[in-house]
Design a protein around this ligand. Structure first.
Ligand SMILES: C[S@@+](CC[C@H](N)C(=O)[O-])C[C@H]1O[C@@H](n2cnc3c(N)ncnc32)[C@H](O)[C@@H]1O
Length: 259
């Protein structure tokens, strides 16, 4: 695909602008031949500003690599991976409106990406492990976040996981012991003990925000699901490797594919 934003002629620009508007409100601001899809994003030029904080931590050359982008939205990260030469990129999302945006953006940019309507809880159906799995900005939208991480380990991550979650609370990290006595209760009052905040009502006006970890909680969940943290290039972003074995050597529950 062409890596440079190419300005189109006036007629084409008008058509692109019209199609962007027909596809509804965009969460990803993507430059489509000089037309931005979400120029007034509440987080600024998003996700470009986010990507600038960790883009260096991902290999520049992905030649021959396979990539799965879970919760791909309008495909910003899928497109970036294709720009780095990935052989095959699959983007999945459970919201058809975002997938329509992703298909349009990829078509305009000439990026050959396969987009599927699929939930993270259905990934066993892919029957494939990918060199790189991107799981950015989805965990806190799930009612069963640890199950999602277990499924990623079990079914789709061959080597690298690029992960991000919203975090709240303390960024203190307490050293953890192997076990604690029943009478030990003080640890739960420490801001550096792994925690997840449950949102019964709403946070940030979004009814799909359910569980938000503190930093210790996020890192502990990744480790517990079988991912070794190899880099932490940005406050919320982790680069992980799939460990050969789970930390406690205990098998996790086996989740069958949904038929
Ligand atoms: C905050 S956006 C993050 C988009 C993108 N990954 C990023 O980091 O910019 C969350 C995305 O996850 C998708 N999503 C939410 N629940 C999902 C699920 N169960 N399975 C797959 N995608 C999901 C939403 O539709 C949305 O596109």
């Amino acid at each position: 695909m062409n890596n440079q934003p190419v300005l189109s002629n006036e007629h084409e620009t008008g058509q692109i602008r019209e199609e962007i508007s027909k596809l509804g409100k965009w969460f990803h601001n993507i430059d489509l031949k000089g037309v931005k899809t979400a120029p007034d994003h509440f987080l600024g030029d998003y996700p470009t500003v986010k990507f600038q904080g960790f883009s260096h931590a991902i290999a520049q050359d992905l030649l021959g690599k396979t990539v799965l982008d879970i919760g791909c939205n309008a495909g910003f990260y899928s497109i970036e991976m294709k720009r780095r030469g990935a052989a095959r990129v699959v983007g999945i999302d459970s919201d058809e409106r975002y997938l329509a945006q992703a298909r349009f953006a990829a078509r305009i940019l000439g990026a050959d990406i396969e987009f599927k309507n699929m939930s993270v809880f259905e990934i066993a159906q892919l029957n494939e492990k990918f060199d790189i799995v991107i799981f950015m900005g989805v965990l806190y939208h799930l009612r069963h976040p640890l199950l999602a991480l277990d499924l990623l380990y079990e079914h789709v991550v061959k080597d690298q996981l690029i992960f991000q979650s919203m975090q709240r609370g303390s960024s203190q990290i307490d050293p953890l012991e192997g076990d604690y006595d029943f009478a030990e209760t003080g640890i739960f009052d420490s801001p550096g003990f792994p925690q997840m905040y449950f949102i019964e009502k709403r946070y940030s006006h979004d009814p799909t925000n359910w569980w938000i970890p503190n930093q210790a909680g996020m890192e502990a969940m990744l480790r517990s699901a079988g991912f070794e943290i190899t880099d932490h290039p940005e406050k919320e972003v982790y680069i992980c490797r799939r460990a050969a074995q789970l930390p406690d050597n205990q098998p996790r529950a086996v989740y069958p594919a949904k038929k």
